[in-house]
Design a protein around this ligand. Structure first.
Ligand SMILES: Nc1ncnc2c1ncn2[C@@H]1O[C@H](COP(=O)(O)OP(=O)(O)OP(=O)(O)O)[C@@H](O)[C@H]1O
Ligand SMILES: [Mg+2]
Length: 305
């Protein structure tokens, strides 16, 4: 079971979640993870999705989630792949997590639900006791309720990407229900922010309408972030093909071979899409907002000094 000391270990754990699929969860975890690591924060990313797509965005080869599955089953610390980037470690996901679903479903019939929901949290707390991380981001699976709940039971914060076309009452009501399920197990869980992912920069009216809809659903105090991530298909494609985040593609752009160098040597890679720079800027603003909110919240909880 989870002790108060374990909970304290989990204070810097952010689950990026939205019951819906394809809304930008994995892209956000990868992009923010790299930015945090570059800023000097020792960062851990955990892929809790049987699809294991985080490995595509960051260009690492994982173990199909077998290590993560085994650790959660045994309640032991997670095995990390260290230094995927400087300051950035990952715990890979993948198909093995499907076994975990059936294991947890079986346990749910034999053990108290609080205990079953916190299986991953126990392993994560043990991991964080052993290795010091400044920030932990959890990539979550859509629609696999039990896996998403494991992430939310371990997290202190939830960050929710939404697309303008699915900021529907159904999606956000679902998120609200998850919070209700977890109030007893994880009473400290809080919404860090909701932000728009893959929106057209020119559609400011659509953004405003979406914000209104989110406020109508979550209340006037709902933490909607000022930053949003623009729609950029070419950049998204290159991220997955090259295993580099927009920030890294932007840097690659500055060191890419010139057109005449490529003419001489056709084996040189084509430069990344120029739009990588603007998307990188979007993620930087998001990262700055997330870090500021975290710091403000921590100051508040620590009380006046
Ligand atoms: N800024 C962007 N503009 C357009 N498409 C994007 C952008 N960022 C990511 N994508 C693409 O959108 C799709 C969904 O993104 P992503 O995989 O991050 O979402 P997800 O919520 O993790 O999905 P899943 O629920 O399947 O895990 C992917 O194909 C990705 O390449
Ligand atoms: Mg994903």
């Amino acid at each position: 079971v989870l002790t108060p000391a374990d909970r304290a270990q989990l204070a810097r754990v952010i689950a990026v979640a939205n019951g819906k699929g394809g809304v930008g969860k994995t892209s956000t975890v990868a992009a923010l993870g790299v930015l945090a690591a570059q800023a000097g924060l020792h960062t851990l990313l955990i892929d809790l999705n049987p699809q294991g797509a985080l490995g595509l965005d960051l260009g690492y080869q994982g173990d199909d989630g077998a290590g993560l599955r085994n650790a959660v089953q045994a309640g032991t610390p997670l095995t990390v792949i260290a230094d995927v980037r400087k300051n950035l470690d990952v715990v890979p996901g993948g198909v093995a997590l499907e076994d975990l679903l059936s294991v947890l479903a079986g346990q749910a019939m034999r053990y108290p639900i609080d205990q079953v929901l916190t299986r991953f949290a126990v392993s994560l707390a043990a991991t964080l006791t052993a290795g010091a991380y400044d920030l932990v981001l959890l990539d979550t699976a859509p629609s696999l309720e039990m896996l998403e709940l494991q992430a939310l039971a371990a997290a202190r914060w939830v960050l929710i990407p939404v697309r303008t076309d699915d900021a529907s009452s159904a999606t956000l009501a679902e998120v609200g229900r998850r919070f209700d399920t977890l109030t007893r197990v994880n009473p400290g869980l809080e919404l860090l922010g909701v932000f728009l992912h893959a929106v057209s920069p020119s559609a400011s009216a659509v953004r405003r309408q979406t914000y209104d809809r989110i406020h109508a659903l979550l209340g006037p105090d709902a933490p909607i972030l000022d930053s949003w991530i623009r729609y950029a298909e070419s950049v998204a494609h290159q991220v997955r093909r090259r295993g580099r985040t927009p920030t890294e593609l932007d840097a690659d752009l500055r060191t890419a071979a010139t057109w005449w160098e490529r003419l001489r040597d056709p084996s040189l890679p084509a430069p990344p899409a120029a739009a990588a720079a603007t998307v990188a800027g979007d993620y930087e603003r998001l990262a700055a907002e997330v870090v500021t909110r975290l710091q403000d919240a921590e100051k508040l909880h620590a009380g006046p000094s």
